[in-house]
Design a protein around this ligand. Structure first.
Ligand code: CU
Length: 344
């Protein structure tokens, strides 16, 4: 037996256990709860399967450790008594152990696990619901484009859904592989260029749930987040009706100037504001920007100061994203902010 290292001796088993716990607790957060706090049917199924696997895995681990300890003890005893290890009774015991532990136990553990896994895979697969709400989601470096196909509604980085309703995402990518994952609601599915993949899920509680790009897609992969916002059905209908409508007309003179600046300085080449001549499609649709919670796919809260900062230098907060900085006078910037803040 090797002697414990100096640090391990100094820390002792209790401190080591505490350290391990600290490591585990860093995965917990009130702000962004994860897969262990499911709020959707799929996530609940997956969470259940996870704990079954942990329980079975722990049982097997304990069993192996007990057998291991016993074999160490009995081999010591044999050393003491000069016992012949190849005596026939020992040989049958060993082969029973090999067959029991190497064949019977894996079959008993793995077959039920496989069946459970297949059941969960089937229950969380698309095509379960007859008439789900269809939403089209297109992945971009580094943001999400979201269409409600039965309407003209287009938004970005926010998937609004009615609570307790099966939703089917039809997913595409405009560039590289991305992956959609809202851990509290469902498992993850890749977005693959040239293909349409599907994810069907629901939310069982009204609320806001963070989602992430779960496939490395470039420098700002980590700031490619989205919100799933589950509403009461009436609130969802109201949201969808507003999102479908054209942009509201500017209400102040400054906002009117801002609308013109938006065209003049080139924002309109990349962004669409429905109901105006701005119809670019390289960046997010900004028609109802003011109703959104975040800027830059979850990078910043959608507030006046951050909006100004983002427009002045989007590369400062999200280096490598595909919006270039635009040189603007102070007046142009203020007008633009007034305009964008009116896009409710
Ligand atoms: Cu991505």
């Amino acid at each position: 037996m090797s002697r414990p290292t100096r640090t391990a001796r100094r820390l002792g088993p209790r401190s080591l256990a505490c350290l391990a716990l600290v490591g585990l607790l860093t995965a917990c957060s009130d702000q962004e709860p994860g897969a262990f706090a499911p709020r959707g049917t799929n996530a609940a199924e997956i969470n259940w399967l996870f704990w079954v696997m942990v329980a079975l895995g722990t049982a097997v681990f304990v069993l192996v450790m007990v057998l291991f300890a016993r074999s160490v003890r009995s081999s010591r005893r044999r050393d003491d008594s000069e016992h012949d290890p190849l005596a026939p009774s020992d040989a049958t015991r060993s082969s029973r152990l090999v067959i029991g532990g190497g064949v019977v136990l894996p079959v008993v553990v793995l077959v039920p696990l496989t069946v459970m896994m297949l059941i969960v895979a089937e229950r969380t697969s698309p095509h379960r619901a007859d008439d789900p709400l269809e939403i089209q989601v297109i992945g971009h470096q580094f943001w999400w484009e979201i269409h409600y196909p039965d309407t003209g509604a287009v938004t970005a980085n926010e998937i609004h859904i009615p609570v307790d309703t099966r939703v089917r995402l039809q997913m595409e990518s405009s560039d590289v592989i991305h992956s959609v994952w809202a851990p509290q609601l469902s498992g993850k599915i890749d977005m693959i260029p040239g293909q349409t993949t599907q994810l069907e899920f629901d939310a069982t509680e009204v609320g806001e749930y963070w989602g992430y790009c779960a496939e490395f897609c470039g420098v700002q992969h980590a700031r490619m987040r989205f919100l799933v916002i589950a509403h009461e059905p009436d609130d969802f209908d109201a949201w969808l009706a507003n999102e479908t409508a054209d942009a509201p007309a500017p209400e102040t003179e400054a906002a009117e100037r801002g609308a013109q600046t938006f065209i003049d300085v080139g924002c309109a080449a990349c962004h669409t504001v429905r109901g105006t001549e701005a119809d670019g499609d390289l960046g997010p649709d900004l028609t109802h920007l003011a109703t959104r919670h975040t800027l830059g796919a979850g990078t910043l809260p959608n507030e006046r100061g951050h909006l100004g900062g983002w427009i002045t230098d989007p590369q400062a907060t999200k280096p490598g994203n595909l919006m270039p900085p635009t040189p603007l006078s102070a007046q142009e910037l203020l007008d633009l902010i007034d305009y964008l803040e009116g896009l409710e």
